[in-house]
Design a binder for this molecule. Structure first.
Ligand code: OAD
Length: 255
């Protein structure tokens, strides 16, 4: 790790009044959950998102889409939060104010102890009716079907209107949840330090969040093992894996 960048970050962390932590798929990579755009292993390297993550795909083949998200939900059941999720949860007790904004649809931040997580892209645990939006109550995780990747599973029917239930995630071409979007942009505009962790920064409007923080005069630190990732200029970069960098950084700042 670049010692000069680290020293800058330690000072910024100790001074910060309001920290926003903005996470992407990279924060869950060390838990064994694939990212989207890593060249060989990313979900979008293996699948065409237009077949799985659009309203049209669900209309065309609901069993394919529901089966794929059930496979991801089942996969999550055997995964655990990693040191990055735990470090972020602990940071909340060390700084005056912390807002956690994630693009991830897993629940690993919550399972590590973070609360009031802003999920910009929805989450795997909150399916709803595709027509009337009535929430669908999932059975206990132990009831999850044993699903292989690519299995087709018919979606359940809505208890209210009998239409197919859909995953509670944001698909390409859809709007982000209004309240989450508003809260995320508001905190980016008010914070004095934003940590952007494990995101390629290519999906809008989420990718604008670090830009907003920068424009409002906050310091932005970008943490990613790949030097070229993250389209942001004017940020401090720390090259490394979230599960190594965050515990070390927060441990040195407050330990
Ligand atoms: P991406 O897959 O686009 O980017 C993951 C980032 O994590 C890359 O920059 C990797 O270099 C980095 N990374 C990999 N391992 C890491 C580690 N151990 N520690 C830190 N970083 C690591 O994922 P996102 O940026 O989250 O949207 O993608 C944004 C959105 O695109 C997702 O929310 C999803 C996807 O389409 C929807 O599904 C709507």
């Amino acid at each position: 790790m670049n010692e000069r960048a680290i020293d800058d970050c330690l000072a910024l962390l100790r001074q910060a009044e309001h920290v926003v932590v903005f996470t992407g798929a990279g924060v869950s990579a060390e838990s064994g959950i694939p990212t989207f755009r890593d060249a060989l292993t990313g979900l979008w390297a293996l699948h065409d998102p237009m077949d799985l993550a659009t309203p049209a795909a669900f209309e065309r083949d609901p069993a394919l889409v529901w089966g794929w998200y059930e496979w991801r939900r089942q996969q999550l059941q055997s995964k655990e939060p990693n040191p990055a999720h735990h470090a972020i949860a602990h940071l909340a007790g060390r700084v005056p104010r912390l807002t956690l904004v994630t693009q991830n649809v897993d629940n690993l931040h919550e399972r590590a102890g973070s609360s009031q997580v802003i999920h910009l892209h929805g989450d795997l645990q909150s399916p709803r009716c595709s027509v009337c939006a009535t929430p669908h109550v999932l059975g206990p995780d132990t009831d999850l079907p044993s699903t292989a990747q690519g299995s087709r599973i018919d979606p359940p029917a809505c208890v209210r209107c009998n239409s197919p239930v859909r995953p509670g995630v944001v698909w390409f071409g859809e709007s982000l949840p209004e309240q989450a979007l508003q809260d995320a942009f508001e905190s980016a505009g008010l914070c004095d330090l934003l940590l952007s962790v494990g995101t390629s920064g290519v999906v809008q409007p989420a990718a604008l969040i670090p830009e907003v923080a920068l424009q409002q005069g906050a310091n932005v630190i970008h943490i990613n093992p790949e030097p070229g990732q993250g389209q942001y200029s004017g940020v401090t970069r720390i090259q490394g894996k979230a599960g190594q960098v965050l515990p070390e950084l927060f441990g040195r700042a407050f330990g």
